[in-house]
Design a protein around this ligand. Structure first.
Ligand code: BGC
Length: 889
């Protein structure tokens, strides 16, 4: 959780020294009862006024002497703080900003001057503030006396201008607080206004307006709380009055647990004889912190009172105080009471800024004027935040501030519908569910035009990836496979396929053109989760040991000629920079693997050493990605195969490229003139990809944030997890599965894609498969048919987006190969492999339909997609055979 770089500009130690003639008029005036004032403004920031104490020190002999006592005693009142957000800092980074202090004698606002009747301009001082030069450090820009005119008789102003870093966390509501929005954290130098902003969901809110509530929507468990509850209006209350009580907003973390709340504890009622909430009888909120895992335990943290101001300035007034002993977890607990007001027409900022020595209370939240859509932005000084639960309190406070603008509306005016509880609760929930679904559908939309843009972007990235090593999100890895199987391959070959949660060992007896695959045997072993994130040796020892056992079971149907060593095709389905056909270093792990010690190592070396440790005499003759294996297996069966796609746990593509088109290739061109390229398309990224907040959160919390973005939208590892995240939001915001959020639903990756697929394909009238899976995997014991339908809809949206985006990627490859632009009518086939495509029917059908849709009827007639003949198994053994060291050439 990174803060945004705010800076505070402090103007303090203000004091004024008047020429002797003027001073006579105020003999012995105490500095704190100053008759003068100044107005301070920095560029387009609103001007702030401060009282200006008079210095009683000698003016002539000690012209530069500061009357320290005077300046210090007035420091607390004569201190102006201007908070510069990242956008302002950016604006001011070009040239020094000018701070102007205009000094007045005489009456000015609340600071009256005894020198003369009326306000008189005494002079002004301008200070250049070079924010670039201070570069976010604490710096003193100006300190000392400055003359406001020329000659001995000029008045002099003492001031200290300094800057100090004031990093703040910034959050923004995705909608109005009464509409149960998501709250995002805004990160990056852009802060609340600039570019380069990252928006990441951190909380969700749930608004409720219980109708006839006892007045304690949330029961705080804290001991000395009762005194904070005001009295409640009795039975004879009008409907209108009831509308302003019982409001509660709970703030939930991403797992759906409530962490903070804002709850009306003193209803907003009109003062007698008026239709307004008055200052003498304000409405009040308690801001509460959730204590422990039980949702019933709350402890008060702060209390906010609000009322409608009287007089010419139409505003809502606020008073906030921290509840003593609120148990704030931050090291810097401010004792604060603060009040402010926000104009009703234009809205404004609720600001508490009593920063002293970095330990003050700094927070701000925006509220729009009456009748306007309000999506508060909340800033919190980093010193108050030691965990996300701390932030939630400020978010709850911002909710209370924003809703108070509504609560303080005159009672003759109608409240917005959401605030009135006029709709039955149940309807509101379905309306909320429908809104979440609609938003998901819109954000996941993949109309044909968008798919074409994605395809074009893919083609462009392919070109860039062939040009240079790091010029593209696509690695476009050179596989060193320049000859593909011909059908002549003969002999006994082994294959090892590592790429998902299981690995497979395989032996194949190849019989040339006539015999083809004479016999094959395989075994699958599941990899314990801890080995996927442990050490390299442990993983490879585990694999080599299973391989050794498998080799030991080799029967008489398999023949290894006398004196020959067994050879292995190693399918390693992760990004590898190959250094030859049988060696290559791991670039990074993907999917659920994360073993630091393997990255940068030759994976064949790792396997070979582990085989040695097991006493296994075998040589790796081909190291291939599963896509390359699938391509080899595909071509073995069908000569028109030009590319292979894997749609399984992960996703990727490989295709046959002209060697001379690979600009980054340094070595001699292969005789075949061709080279298989492993695209690593899972890492493809483009602004055209339709992504949602769920995707962003998934990515941010993944083992490889910022990487494999396309894979995270498409592949089997992630589809179920995206659905889980959407269902969790529906459970939190629309109580899809009842009052309580099912605890299992909060567990990442608990909903696997095969389960999603089973629910998606449920054709029973009462969706009983959906019901059963929800119970089995998420512990949801009963679900309504309506809720099950919502689940199916979520699966549908997520699966179809993935399938259609995969189709767009395939069109990108076809374009690169010169197809689909009308230039070639040559048949082109894709070899397809992976459980997602094979078993998820809706996914497969959507992909094929989208392929047709984007290519058009005519062009798609010459394109076909066939399941590869066990590419990563047979394909790898074929490549082991075609690169055997016993071959004559
Ligand atoms: C890997 C690829 C692999 C694909 C399919 C991705 O996560 O990066 O190398 O081909 O999964 O298994």
């Amino acid at each position: 959780m990174d803060p945004c770089p705010f800076v505070r500009l402090v103007v303090e130690s203000l004091a004024l020294k008047l020429p002797p003639v003027a001073k006579i008029a105020v003999p012995g005036a105490h500095p704190s009862s100053t008759p003068c004032s100044c107005s301070i403004h920095l560029q387009d920031f609103p001007a702030q006024t401060a009282p200006l104490p008079l210095s009683l020190g000698p003016t002539s002999s000690g012209a530069n002497m500061i009357d320290v006592a005077a300046a210090t005693s007035a420091a607390s009142t004569s201190r102006v703080v201007i908070s510069l957000d990242p956008a302002a800092l950016q604006r001011m980074s070009k040239r020094p900003a000018i701070l102007t202090v205009v000094v007045y004698a005489g009456r000015s606002g609340k600071y009256a001057c005894a020198l003369a009747s009326g306000r008189r301009l005494l002079g002004q001082v301008r200070v250049a503030v070079d924010l670039e030069a201070t570069a976010g450090r604490a710096a003193v820009v100006q300190s000392g006396w400055v003359s406001m005119g020329s000659g001995q008789g000029a008045a002099r102003l003492h001031l200290v201008v300094r800057t100090e870093p004031d990093p703040r966390f910034v959050f923004q509501f995705g909608g109005e607080p009464e509409c149960s929005p998501v709250v995002y954290q805004i990160q990056g130098a852009g802060g609340s206004g600039g570019s380069g902003i990252i928006r990441q969901p951190v909380f969700s809110c749930r608004f409720s307006a219980a109708r006839r509530q006892s007045g304690r929507p949330i029961d705080p468990a804290g001991a000395n709380v009762t005194c904070f509850f005001g009295s409640f209006a009795g039975e004879g209350e009008t409907e209108m009055r009831e509308q302003r009580k019982g409001w509660t907003v709970t703030i939930h973390d991403l797992s759906g647990s409530p962490v903070a709340a804002a709850s009306v504890v003193t209803p907003f009622v009109p003062s007698p004889g008026s239709d307004r909430v008055s200052r003498s009888n304000p409405g009040a909120w308690l801001i509460l912190r959730a204590v422990g895992p039980s949702t019933a335990n709350w402890k008060p943290w702060g209390r906010l009172e609000a009322w409608r101001e009287r007089g010419s300035h139409d505003a809502v007034g606020y008073r906030f105080e921290l509840v003593p002993d609120a148990g704030t977890s931050n090291a810097c607990t401010p004792a604060t009471e603060s009040s402010s007001s926000i104009g009703v027409r234009r809205g404004g900022v609720f600001r508490i800024d009593v920063g002293v020595g970095g330990c003050g209370f700094v927070m701000a939240s925006t509220a729009e004027g009456q009748g306007k859509v309000s999506r508060p932005t909340v800033q919190v000084g980093v010193q108050h935040v030691s965990c996300m639960a701390d932030v939630a309190l400020f978010v709850a406070l911002a909710v209370a501030v924003d809703l108070s603008m509504d609560a303080c509306q005159p009672f003759s005016q109608k409240l917005r519908r959401e605030l009135c509880q006029l709709q039955p609760r149940i309807n509101r929930r379905w309306a909320r569910a429908a809104a979440v679904l609609k938003e998901l559908e819109e954000q996941c939309a993949t109309p044909t035009e968008k798919l074409k843009e994605v395809a074009d972007a893919m083609t462009k990235e392919m070109h860039a990836g062939l040009e240079s090593e790091d010029g593209s999100t696509l690695k476009m890895l050179i596989s060193f496979v320049d000859k593909l199987p011909t059908g002549d391959e003969r002999g006994l070959f082994y294959a090892l396929d590592l790429g998902g949660t299981n690995f497979r060992v395989l032996r194949v007896q190849l019989g040339g053109k006539e015999g083809r695959v004479v016999k094959q045997e395989s075994e699958e072993v599941s990899i314990p989760q801890e080995l996927m994130i442990g050490s390299s040796d442990e993983l490879f020892d585990f694999i080599a040991s299973a391989l050794a056992q498998f080799v030991a079971s080799e029967g008489v149907d398999f023949h290894l000629p006398e004196g020959k060593q067994r050879e292995l095709g190693f399918t390693f389905s992760f990004p590898v920079k190959q250094t030859s056909i049988a060696s290559g270093t791991l670039i990074k792990w993907t999917k659920r693997f994360n073993i630091k010690s393997t990255v940068g190592e030759d994976v064949v070396g790792e396997l070979t050493r582990a085989m040695k440790r097991q006493g296994l005499d075998m040589q790796v003759t081909a190291l291939v990605n599963d896509t390359v294996g699938a391509l080899a297996g595909g071509i073995y069966d069908d000569n028109d195969v030009v590319a292979a796609i894997i749609l399984g746990t992960g996703t990727n593509a490989a295709y046959v490229e002209r060697a001379d088109a690979i600009k980054k290739w340094q070595g001699p061109l292969p005789n075949s003139g061709k080279m298989v390229i492993n695209m690593e398309w899972g890492n493809f990224r483009s602004s055209h990809l339709p992504t949602t907040d769920y995707d962003q959160a998934l990515d941010a919390e993944s083992l490889n944030p910022g990487e494999q973005i396309y894979e995270k939208l498409i592949s089997g590892m992630y589809l179920g997890e995206i659905v889980r995240r959407v269902l969790l939001r529906l459970a939190v915001e629309a109580a899809l599965f009842g009052e309580e959020v099912p605890p299992q639903l909060k567990v990442p990756f608990v909903l696997r894609t095969p389960v999603m697929s089973a629910m998606h394909h449920d054709t029973s009238a009462d969706l009983k498969v959906v019901g059963a899976k929800l119970q089995e995997f998420l512990g949801i014991s009963s679900s309504s048919l309506k809720a099950r339908k919502v689940v199916v809809q979520v699966c549908d949206i997520v699966a179809k987006r993935g399938a259609r985006l995969a189709a767009a990627g395939m069109v990108g490859i076809l374009k690169k190969l010169g197809h689909s632009n009308g230039k070639t009518k040559k048949r082109m086939a894709f070899a397809m492999d992976g459980g997602l495509y094979e078993h998820y029917t809706v996914f497969r059908e959507s992909l094929l339909a989208a392929l047709k849709e984007v290519l058009g009827e005519e062009a798609s007639a010459s394109v076909s997609v066939t399941m590869a003949n066990d590419g990563s198994g047979i394909g790898a053994s074929l490549l082991a055979a075609s690169h055997s060291r016993y071959l004559e050439n």
